[in-house]
Design a protein around this ligand. Structure first.
Ligand code: UD2
Length: 313
């Protein structure tokens, strides 16, 4: 039984991780509920939910100085690239400054921490066209979100090299699954699609707006596989001081994705085409050799992941 801290633990990935870990461990979750929902968290005596922001220095100092954690997963972030372009200063506080503050607190108070895992993003690769993306591929962060993720990731890994804090980082590709909030236009495209299929099933009139011609492709990875990756990265000695792509290693175009779901649910979702989004990346796919070297094996193809997602809704 270990003691875990999960920042952003009421969000999509964080709550999935918290629900998984609280079966057999104690878990402290901090979340300001800006995107996350308390209802994402299953009730458990092992789980302590704190409603607050990772930017609140007094609160974070109290949490880090008064607890002994074995593992910390820093998943709190404003995950919207568009939001970071609109509000670079505010999102910087959350996506970057909170990380540096956390690192300092950990350096001071958590001498026995086994691992801090930071959630970075495939956004750090930007639009440099060479595929698939390896961890050592060219980095070209193009937005405040991507710049903050990359800078924070580098600090996190440097705290291992400089001060011996046990750290690792993961670069998420397009994660999908239950509890992903479909409410913003910049929510993950699969959560939006699932929401539209649900409406269709309930007899509501609906359609999906496809930005571009549908040939853009992404590496869609199911959240349960992401949890496996996070736990491996946190537990393996070989992951210390390193960053890991978290994807499937396969890309699917949006058109193919819609075909897959149409076949699973036996309906044809009406699609309205609109102009491509500004700054949209044409293709994104990971090379996950480094993650595989830790023993990672994907358990969910897109078909299986989407099926699981639909069953849970
Ligand atoms: C992902 C991440 C983002 C950042 C970025 C880096 C998610 C949710 N977002 O953005 O945080 O890391 O990668 O490159 O994982 N689309 C539609 N209709 C919709 C919504 C989306 O056609 O209603 C398209 C969209 O234009 C894009 C594709 O679907 O071509 C995927 O969109 P997304 O927002 O799920 O993810 P992405 O890759 O833009």
């Amino acid at each position: 039984m270990y003691n875990y801290l999960i920042t952003g633990g009421a969000g999509f990935i964080g709550s999935t991780l918290a629900n998984h870990l609280s079966k057999e461990n104690t878990v402290v979750v901090i979340d300001d509920l800006s995107m996350g929902k308390k209802s994402n968290l299953k009730k458990s005596d092992n789980l302590n939910f704190i409603n607050g922001s990772v930017t609140d220095k007094n609160l974070m100092t109290k949490i880090i100085s008064e607890n002994k954690f074995d593992y910390i997963f820093h998943l709190a972030a404003i995950a919207s690239v568009a939001d970071s372009v609109e509000r670079p200063v505010e999102t910087h506080q959350i996506n970057f400054e909170s990380v540096l503050m956390l690192l300092e607190l950990v350096r001071k108070y958590q001498k026995n921490l086994k691992r801090l895992v930071f959630s970075s993003s495939a956004a750090v690769y930007g639009d440099e066209p060479t595929l698939p993306k390896k961890e050592e591929s060219v980095i070209r962060p193009l937005t405040p979100y991507a710049i903050d993720k990359f800078a924070a990731e580098q600090y996190v890994l440097d705290y291992n090299h400089l001060y011996g804090v046990n750290t690792s980082a993961v670069r998420f590709f397009n994660v999908y699954g239950p509890n992903q909030n479909p409410e913003s236009p910049y929510s993950g495209v699969i959560s939006i699609l699932v929401d539209r299929y649900k409406k269709l099933k309930n007899g509501e009139k609906t359609e999906f707006t496809l930005f571009g011609d549908g040939t853009q492709s992404r590496d869609f990875v199911f959240v349960e596989d992401v949890i496996q990756a996070l736990l491996l990265v946190a537990s393996k000695e070989a992951a210390l001081g390193k960053q890991f792509n978290v994807g499937t290693g396969n890309a699917l175009s949006l058109k193919e994705l819609i075909d897959v779901i149409n076949k699973i649910v036996h309906v044809d979702l009406p699609v309205k085409y609109e102009a491509e989004r500004e700054g949209d990346i044409k293709k994104s796919v990971s090379d996950i050799s480094r993650l595989k070297s830790l023993g990672y094996q994907s358990n969910f193809s897109v078909h299986e992941g989407i099926r699981e997602y639909l069953i849970s809704e």
